[in-house]
Design a protein around this ligand. Structure first.
Ligand SMILES: [Fe+2]
Ligand SMILES: [Fe+2]
Length: 329
């Protein structure tokens, strides 16, 4: 559209904007504040008029039914349980949960070993069912999915590795099965999406993990997790992304925000409240604001990923009654 004035001509570009959120860790039991933070962040994103929202896992803090129900109530409240408005992928906390107290260190391995992976996957699917493509799913084929929204093909992958006493003792390591890789390969090279921008949603990261925090508890937790934060078959995935023309990969998991490029592909990393801004050791966002990334796709085909947020959330928010309702209390 060209807007003409007497002295100025402004060309208004059409831009398709995706808000990338991750690691919201909503849990009525362990992370009660996160429902308020997510509510404020979603309100902000909606007000800004984004075209789509993508959430890349660890949506719940402990993979519990109550956590899923809380997020579902919140998404329903904002009218976001909608194929065209929202896409989600799964994180390790959505299946195995996480360490929330020091004493959990002693019992968490057993908790992971006895977690029913398939049941958790079904719980995840039920919670966000309106956002997935309409086909008959089973736990085997929920991922990868492909959705076409505006000028974008969104491909959701599950990078959560099954429990293994040595290879995945606390559930936070990643892997992608042969079947999933083959199916993702088939989807990504399909002629029907050749002209679209290809955006992959996956929980695990591709960059170097550099945790940093001014909170002793968080540092301890991330030190512990850093020993078990590995994505198996990362190189195979990168090769697939590169050869199949993926444009942007959205991920979370490290809780470190950043935008980076590897082999011509843009990567967007974020978390609801990151442990710090990458390359900026002086700034800690832990209690200072809410973060998300913006993926902007112009109608001329340009793509930009921008770190966003620093949305102030009111302390002792006035909507406590709403939050209690969302938490099911
Ligand atoms: Fe997380
Ligand atoms: Fe994670």
């Amino acid at each position: 559209m060209i807007l003409s004035g007497a002295d100025v001509t402004i060309e208004k570009k059409q831009v398709f904007r995706i808000a990338h959120i991750s690691d919201t860790h909503v849990s009525p039991e362990y992370n009660r504040r996160n429902i308020t933070k997510l509510r404020d962040l979603l309100a902000h994103i909606i007000e800004e008029g984004f075209d789509h929202i993508a959430i890349t896992g660890d949506i719940t803090g402990h993979g519990e039914e109550r956590g899923y129900r809380s997020v579902r109530r919140l998404l329903k409240y904002f009218g976001l349980l909608d194929y065209d408005k929202l896409s989600v992928t799964i994180g390790n906390h959505d299946i195995f949960g996480g360490l929330h107290r020091a004493e959990d260190l002693l019992t968490f391995g057993r908790h992971c070993r006895t977690t029913n992976y398939a049941e958790k996957l079904r719980m995840f699917e039920r919670a966000f069912r309106e956002t997935f493509p309409k086909k008959a799913y089973s736990e085997e084929n929920l991922f990868p999915f492909v959705k076409i929204v505006g000028p974008v093909a969104l491909i959701g992958m599950n990078s959560i590795r099954a429990f293994h006493p040595f290879l995945n003792p606390v559930g936070s390591n990643g892997d992608v099965s042969d079947t999933q890789l083959e199916e993702a390969d088939r989807i990504l090279r399909h002629p029907s999406i050749a002209e679209l921008k290809k955006v992959v949603l996956i929980h695990h990261h591709f960059n170097k993990y550099e945790p940093c925090s001014d909170s002793f508890g968080t540092t301890l937790y991330h030190r512990f997790e850093s020993r078990t934060l590995k994505l198996h078959r990362k190189k195979e995935l990168e090769k697939l992304f590169r050869t199949a023309g993926v444009d942007v990969v959205l991920h979370g998991h490290t809780h470190v925000e950043g935008v980076y490029s590897r082999q011509g592909i843009l990567y967007s990393s974020t978390a609801l409240t990151p442990v710090r801004a990458k390359n900026d050791g002086a700034v800690h966002y832990g209690n200072a604001g809410l973060r998300f990334n913006e993926v902007a796709i112009s109608d001329e085909g340009g793509i930009e990923v921008i770190k966003r947020g620093a949305v102030a959330y009111p302390k002792g928010s006035s909507s406590r009654a709403l939050d209690k309702k969302l938490l099911g209390e």
